[in-house]
Design a protein around this ligand. Structure first.
Ligand code: WTA
Length: 635
């Protein structure tokens, strides 16, 4: 069982060197020793970043659910696999054992088969954070269907776009969801979306809130009665290592979301290995990642990584502020959480509240704290470290992406000395590079540049669903033979990495990636709007908030501005979801443009951030006078 669990810094360096000198033999050893296969691979890795084409463990056969469920049954059958903590603290938590989870997955898989779902079909999952969400991912994997989870905060429009992009045949949803004090009517959002999705032939509905729903004859079915009637066992489909496991959409610089495709074997090996090391997971630990399974963090570190290790993984349905700001800490105490993994935006929101909310709970079970999704600022880092970790639990600031599948740059707790705001060192097998504007690698320390990765790792996305050219253009064309992340980073004197933020038109708001283009498209559809531009500006809880500069048509000029602002945000909520609403909307006479007609966002970003002392070179602008006009009326 060599090097599966790294325990000190020297060992990290030794294993790291081994993993980059001979990646194939390193990952082969991991794959061989820690997973069950139906057939061994012929090639560990074939790759070509030009095409791009990346294949890990080609020729191998397996089913990921046998690795996440069946193989644990003899030794951990009665152990809790999923610990479900409901939105309402008065509702009892559910402890679902590995044996029970196996049975639920098999029953649901059999229901999917009865609905005519076959290997390779796409299934859209639009569910709140309830156990059926995790079960439905695994049920797809059991029969070789490809899941596409859409975060249940997205609007019906956004849902329809994603369903159609990957031609999903079936949707799994619920009557509704509980979030804090609110109840959300999910089924009607699905009904509206499906008006534009002719390819969907069945909808399975979980009863979560006893809500009133309309069931469309022949298309819609309540899930539970079908599961009760289904066989409790389901033979796992034997899959190829490189068959797709799932599609997960992420925002890009242009309008259409990108359906990132992850394949089975490499994703399994890498998420399991990172889970074990980045959280120093040991048998008996209770691991809690607060993300939603609608995002990659939930896929990799609520479902697949923990279950592949036979761990107990917590699923939390609620929000950090309900019934009060102590909810996270109450849950940590109640379930004796050992590893707690959350986003900086949540930490910043909680740090604003009274310390009593933290201090009244016993947090002594915690051994490791994690952060993900955006840079964690120094103040939030210290608050987390002092008040939650009591200076005893190392913080792992984990940098990674939907596209990378698993954690890429991170400390290993109790191994890597941490520095606030630094994601520190590359994980085993990861070879980062910083690149300059000319496409050359910047070597040495105390440098900054565009962050790239030089060599394939097992869980890198393989393509964008239906658009391989866009995959190539976005990630493999900016720098030769490199995967380009879209982030900027610096490397300090000791070789630690600090991620400085996006260098493209993606803005991270409360940890959610938002592309400017789809939001602008949505605003521009308002009848009174001629044109718009969105930029991010610093926000003390969300990290970034959105600032919209909007040019009105003549017909809009006479309208009440506050009403227009409300209508624009309403429109964004309908097109994308409430996460993309603008904090500030300024109506402007024009937008600063280059002679080739490109909006100079750099200038707008400075204006929105109140940082106008040095606007840089404006001489290439077609309409420099507009900059002063905008500044005169800045909000
Ligand atoms: C940002 C989330 C700084 C980064 C797993 C990346 C981070 C994008 C960190 C991916 C971090 C994620 N420090 N920035 N620790 N983690 N990011 O696809 O800009 O939702 O490119 O994946 O989030 O977001 P995604």
């Amino acid at each position: 069982m060599s090097n599966y669990h790294i325990k000190h810094l020297e060992e990290y360096y030794q294993v790291y060197r081994k993993s980059v000198r001979n990646p194939e033999s390193f990952w082969e050893e991991m794959a061989e020793e820690h997973f069950v296969w139906r057939r061994r691979w012929d090639n560990v890795l074939t790759w070509d970043f030009e095409k791009p084409e990346i294949k890990w463990f080609e020729g191998a056969k397996l089913n990921i659910t046998e690795n996440c469920l069946d193989r644990h049954l003899p030794t951990r059958g009665e152990k809790t696999a999923i610990l479900f903590e409901p939105n309402d603290p008065k509702e009892a938590a559910q402890h679902i054992t590995y044996r029970q989870l196996h049975e639920k997955v098999c029953r649901m898989a059999n229901v999917f088969l009865e609905q005519g779902i076959k290997k390779g079909d796409r299934v859209c999952i639009y569910l709140p954070m309830i156990p059926e969400l995790a079960v439905s991912l695994l049920a797809c994997a059991r029969i070789g269907a490809i899941h596409s989870v859409v975060f249940a905060g997205f609007s019906s429009n956004a849902l329809a776009t994603r369903i159609n992009d990957s031609d999903c045949k079936m949707v799994i949803t619920s009557d509704g969801s509980y979030r804090g004090g609110k109840t959300i009517d999910l089924k009607s959002i699905v009904d509206k979306a499906l008006e534009d999705c002719p390819g969907v032939t069945s909808v399975l509905v979980v009863n979560r809130i006893n809500g009133k729903v309309t069931m469309k004859e022949g298309r819609d079915h309540w899930l539970q009665p079908l599961m009760d009637d289904a066989y409790a066992d389901c033979v796992a489909e034997v899959m190829d290592a490189e068959d797709p496991l799932f599609i997960l959409y992420t925002s890009g610089s242009t309008g259409k979301p990108k359906g990132m495709v992850h394949t089975i074997a490499g994703y399994m090996v890498y998420t399991a290995y990172t889970f074990k090391n980045v959280f120093q997971y040991r048998e008996g630990d209770i691991f809690w990642c607060t993300a939603d399974i609608g995002w990659i963090t939930g896929h990799s570190y609520i479902v697949y990584g923990p279950l592949a290790n036979g761990a107990t993984t917590v699923m939390f349905e609620g929000v950090p502020s309900h019934p009060d700001y102590g909810r996270f800490w109450q849950v940590v105490e109640k379930h004796k959480i050992t590893q707690f993994y959350t986003a900086p935006t949540a930490i910043r929101a909680l740090a604003k509240e009274n310390l009593d909310y933290v201090e009244k709970y016993d947090l002594s079970s915690l051994k490791v704290l994690g952060s993900v999704g955006e840079p964690i600022n120094e103040e939030a880092w210290h608050w987390y470290n002092n008040n939650v970790g009591k200076n005893m639990s190392p913080i792992v600031d984990t940098w990674w992406q939907t596209e990378t599948g698993g954690i890429m740059i991170t400390p290993i707790p109790y191994v890597t000395p941490t520095t606030p705001t630094y994601a520190t060192l590359p994980f085993i097998g990861i070879q980062p590079a910083l690149m300059d504007g000319e496409g050359k690698e910047i070597k040495g320390n105390q440098v900054s540049g565009r962050l790239c990765i030089k060599y394939p790792w097992p869980s890198v996305a393989r393509t964008i669903w239906g658009d391989h050219q866009r995959f190539k253009d976005t990630y493999f064309s900016a720098f030769k033979d490199m995967y380009f992340t879209g982030d900027g980073a610096l490397r300090d004197a000791v070789g630690y990495y600090r991620i400085t933020g996006r260098v493209d038109d993606v803005i991270i708001v409360s940890g959610h990636n938002l592309g400017t283009a789809p939001i602008e498209d949505s605003i521009n559809e308002h009848p009174a709007v001629a044109e718009s531009a969105i930029v991010g500006f610093p926000h003390d809880v969300k990290g970034n908030a959105l600032y919209g500069f909007v040019i009105l048509k003549e017909t809009g000029e006479g309208r009440d501005r506050d009403n227009l602002r409300r209508e624009i945000n309403q429109q964004i909520t309908e097109h994308i979801g409430p996460i993309a609403k603008l904090d500030k909307i300024q109506f402007v006479p024009g937008l600063p443009k280059t002679r080739s007609g490109k909006i100079m966002r750099r200038i707008l970003r400075k204006i929105a951030s109140n940082d106008t002392s040095n606007l840089g070179d404006t001489s290439t602008l077609l309409n420099p006078e507009v900059v002063q006009q905008i500044m005169d009326e800045v909000l």
